[in-house]
Write a protein that binds this ligand. Sequence first.
Ligand code: IPE
Ligand code: IPE
Ligand code: MG
Length: 255
Amino acid sequence: MAFWNRKKTDSQPGTGEGLDLSRLPRHVGIIMDGNGRWAKKRGLPRTAGHAAGAESFRTIAYYCKDLGIPYLTVYAFSTENWKRPMEEVSAIMNLLQNYLLEALEKMERDGFRVHFFGDLEGLPPKLRDLCLRTLEEGDALDGTRFQVNVCLNYGGRDEILRAAKAWAADVQAGRQTPEALTDELFSRYLDSRGVPDPDLIIRPSGELRLSNFLPWQSAYAEFYFTDVLWPDFGPAVLDQALIDYQRRQRRFGGV
Ligand code: IPE
Ligand code: IPE
Ligand code: MG
């Protein structure tokens, strides 16, 4: 499909060349940023940027799965993104709905499941129901080796506060004690329970910040920043990020 003069250099297929497939990150996080600027550069409405960004997401998710990366977490809509104009928010919600319908159709055939990080209570009821259905149907599948976590109405501080409230409620009910709280136990109250911490977090679009993405889980993540805008982000750019990651020495506070 000819898609609004996409910049071919960045969306070239990845080859995995130069990658050590035995040392891939287990979990990659991506802040899918730059859709609006991509559209603006082309004189298109911001919503066209979000549509192009959704295509990048589809391509990258399948590429991660094919490489053998077991977990991919993408930042799709933050707790702060409600500040945007209503038309833009609705367009994003519509794209998400279409993606989930597609996922429901393809999950079993393609062997993946979808989880959600974020407060689903704050979503339009139709989208929330679709999330719950996608979650349930995906979890019922056997032997899937690839999980996509979609951060929707997600904010890291909100996630930590909801976890703290749930833990406090358990203390009040006598199911937990303050003395027993550990890093590992608290992690089980987060939306990311059961998912290993991200090894690599990628932010396209040139911004050098986390914007409330996985602050707890990223304590020892490696970061990769690139000026490429998300709609231009293809497998070849992911290869570069992975090669860069594999060159680094992670010390986790040791020597
Ligand atoms: C990221 O692209 C998508 C969302 C936040 C939903 P932006 O819409 O933030 O694009 P820029 O940063 O304005 O270019
Ligand atoms: C972060 O991007 C949120 C998502 C990509 C969903 P933003 O565009 O909202 O972040 P800021 O405003 O540049 O920090
Ligand atoms: Mg942005």
